[in-house]
Design a protein around this ligand. Sequence first.
Ligand code: HEM
Length: 611
Amino acid sequence: MSFPKVKLSTMFWDFTNDIWRPNRKLLGSSELSLTDENKRRACILCVCVFFLKEPSLVSRFISLHAKSQLALFWSEFGSFLGAKMAVTAALTLVLVGAVIFWSVLDRWKSHLQKRPPNPLKLPVFGHLLYMIPSLLDPVKLKIKWKYAVDFMNKHYKPPYIITHELSKKLGPLTNLKFGVNNSIIVSSAEYAREMLCREEFVDRFTDGWMLDRQFGQQIGIIFNNGKPYREIKHFTVKNLKDFGFGKKQNMETAVEDELQDFLHYFQHTTLEEGSRTIRMEHMFTLPVLNILWIMVAGLRFSYDDEKLRNLIKIVEDISKTHDIGGNILMAFPFLRFLFPELTGHAHQLRLYSKLHQFFRDIMHERLAEMGIEHSVDNPRDFTDIFIQEMIKRKKVNGNESQIFTEEQFIMVCLDLFTAGAETTANTLDFAMFYLMLNQHVQKKVQAEIDEVIGPNRLPKLKDRQSMPYTEATLLETQRMCNVIPMVHRVSIADTTLGPYNIQKGDVMVMNTYSIHMDEKVWGDPHVFRPERFLDENGNVNSLPSFMPFGMGKRVCIGETLARHTMFTFLTAILQRYSFTPAKDYEVPEIKPVKGYTLNPEPFYTYFTPRF
Ligand code: HEM
């Protein structure tokens, strides 16, 4: 084959250095013969360069010199690519084959071991790929490009929806492997009740990345296990009761005091300041937090307190950064060391450290107030009692108590703060939303309020027994909103659940959403129908498939307080106002939102005073 007399190396230099003018070289008369290897290299080089640099040169090259050579270039180039592609395709095929073979083998093994059913999985990643839609979070991934943000928002699916869809295909117990963790998703009421109440599943899953929020220690209530957990939980519940936590009389006073302030603020600040249209977004968080905080630290915050508003924002942000099930840190906890920012772990820790500081300040201020003796004759709140216990144990043991430490106090406060405020307040937001959309239910609740309470006094705890329809409306709200859509525990022994084997260390995840939205149980789960919680005599029916507060030894410690707060606040609002969707605003869809605790999208409501 003959080539124009071109030194390939010179040609190369020409276009990298200065102006690329291959024709200057190609017009030479003598010819150069090349080895096959050189021809192939020249061929690839020319084709690439021509395409990249100046397409018009290609045609000039063709017309001037090398029509036939170019045809040859193309064919050699094609065969080179072809060979490479063939090798790549073969390797891919082998790899895919190996993965499929491994997956089938793994499924077979899991079948032999009588493990709950699982879909095909990948080596190392397990079922993490199924969770990809739950990772489409532009805020977490710090993506701002509009099209990418729109795409992610459109295709986002939270873990409780993904696992719910999988359980519809695979059954009420599903085995999903996320990296190093093996999760058993429990999606039926029958198995959930068993899982929540049995001793083998009493512990919570507390991996390294979770312990990072609590100074690397097993402390606090939520992510704590064994004897230390039992001791601190018992101490907290017992002593909080003296300040109104779940104890009828004191609780009623705490809730009523706050309700009066809330109604005053709502009437005079919110409604009279502007129109009667209100943007509903976390309207109840501040009062709910105050009810709790007066018991824990004797504090009430003003509704305009900037510090508290910041704190609430932090709690909300924390909830949005957590996901149970399919979480990347749950799958590969070590990634938090390699990519602290990308995994969101560093962000979470920054948020937590602000809350830590807030509670640490409370303790230090109180210690300073108490003086050297660190004691008060009449403890005013949980903080006083905790400090006294801390000092007492220090005197007895001679050194710091293992259980009653400053870190322990911080974590107990943090757990109460995060578990108590958002859950109750968000459920109330949902109740307002459903009642705004279901005017017939709103009217029925108001009729019951008018009959039992009338217009002249505030609702009382005892009214609940005489107001079954209102009670059923709150239950139906909880069933539909699933404010905590997933509850997790861990198996502490090899055991069985139903017909399947459960291994020690399996993360047990109850999908509350699946249970409360089960068509076989509820018939029309997407319809807001409080009547389903009433029997033929109009009394409240306790349904076994309804478990918004969990069950067993780890049942929610704030259930009584939450129920009473929700009842009192909702009835007090409905006693005074009717509300409808605001005219000029779109009603948001009820769609899945992100986070550990769910809330409705902000919505606009038009309030009309009833008297
Ligand atoms: C509507 C409101 C609430 C809902 C739906 C709710 C729901 C839950 C659920 C599902 C659990 C897990 C139970 C289990 O594992 O079986 C839980 C645990 C817990 N809740 Fe609540 N909760 C609410 C309000 C509150 C309040 C007001 C407080 C306290 C101030 C609170 C404090 C806690 C604590 C500390 C735990 C951990 C208990 C443990 O691990 O032993 N919750 N809650």
